[in-house]
Design a protein around this ligand. Sequence first.
Ligand code: ACO
Length: 450
Amino acid sequence: MGAADVVTKPASGDGRMKAVTEPPQIGPGTNDTLSVTDNRTGTTYEIPIENGAVHATELRKIRSGPEDFGLVSYDPGFLNTAACRSAITYIDGDKGILRYRGYPIEEIAEKKTFLEIAYLVLNGEFPTRSQADAWVFEITHHTFLHENIKKFIDGFQHDAHPMGILLSTIGALSTFYPEAKKIFDADIRQKQIVRLIAKTPTIAAFAFRHAAGLPYVYPDNDLSYPGNFLNMLWKTTELKYTPDPALERALNVLFVLHADHEQNCSTSTMRVVGSSQTDPYSAAAAAVGALYGPLHGGANEQVVRMLQEIGSVKNIPEHIKRVKAGEFRLMGFGHRVYRNYDPRARIIKRVAEEVFSVTGRNPLIDIAIELEKIALDDDYFVSRKLYPNVDFYSGIIYQAMRFPVEMFPVLFAIGRMPGWLAQWQEGLLDAEQKIARPLQIYVGPKERHV
Ligand code: ACO
């Protein structure tokens, strides 16, 4: 289903939106059904096909007898299950296409600011000039943290992982803004969206400074979103911090590339937790937790560790051999959705050269480029359609920018926050959404007695 195929409009009453679907006309129309014959009973069922999907609940009508619960679909890892309709991000993994609200990532990544993209992802259109001014003003004026949050961060051990600090502190924000529980009040919801986008970089920078034993640097309202983040990270004794424009630009692109990626693990977590109608801070904290894992946002950290371990171009063949023997995975390679080159990886590779012109070349890039070349020439990777993903090159750039590896997933979280919030809000306002509650196939003991 294309992103433009579903429009939403307010429904009367509770202020929610109702999905109005205009499905593409695939096939002859009236024949858009699936005929299924249950060989246990010989009964044939007609299941409607809509937007290339069947409603899983239709399967429940297929029963072997009156006592039967009905057929369920079994899909661990959700390999073939759509959990929502969404008009935000479109991915064609086979072709390597990524679009936010219909705009190809290649067209917008280097031309738009992260805050423009955040507005687009959240609202469906780019802001007009006055909307953009108001949006940037709002974000810029919500970057400060309550002073008690500083004390809260102070309580962490000196070597606490910044992602753990981010997760806990975002969750803790819900206690500072109890009105956030009123999730169906549009103004209150918008206020929390602004707060989360504005404060996440501040928490991230404070977590970094805490680990480094450095005093916290307060936000500077004169700077851009990525420029201010660099200020909060690196300012020392100077009266005014001036971010390097090339690094500011690179960070902007990296944030844009991470802004949304439809129903990935952390976004699904945000939607699932949000479906219980909790406040957005609690849902976002859960999403950060999902992103923390090495198979998701933690992968770029693993890529850098892997490249360091390989150490030299001459050791690549041996490493590939061990990957193929199943000893470990090639980190930064493969993707659940992309069975082609991740378009974000291509853009990041370009940004890397720009960053190196300021920071000096990170020698790991040469190992990475050679590793990619050898892997893409090897039948193991080609036959499994394993290509570099967004994390393959991002860590190398972050390292050149002097970020410790522990900060990599934190940077990812800053970029992904608008996507999490847009998806959370879309789910909340979707009249079809219910509390997420999957079924199970029980394989434990039958009833027994002590
Ligand atoms: N290195 C070596 N082999 C791999 C890799 C890899 N990175 N990824 C997948 N494979 C192989 C599997 O061993 C399997 O082979 P088999 O069919 O012989 O058993 C086949 O490819 C399919 O793998 P699955 O695990 O079924 O693929 P899935 O879609 O579940 O996994 C994932 C996707 C988790 C991203 C996987 O490719 C992986 O572990 N990659 C490395 C970690 C990584 O880079 N994660 C970042 C993802 S991007 C992001 O989250 C922002």
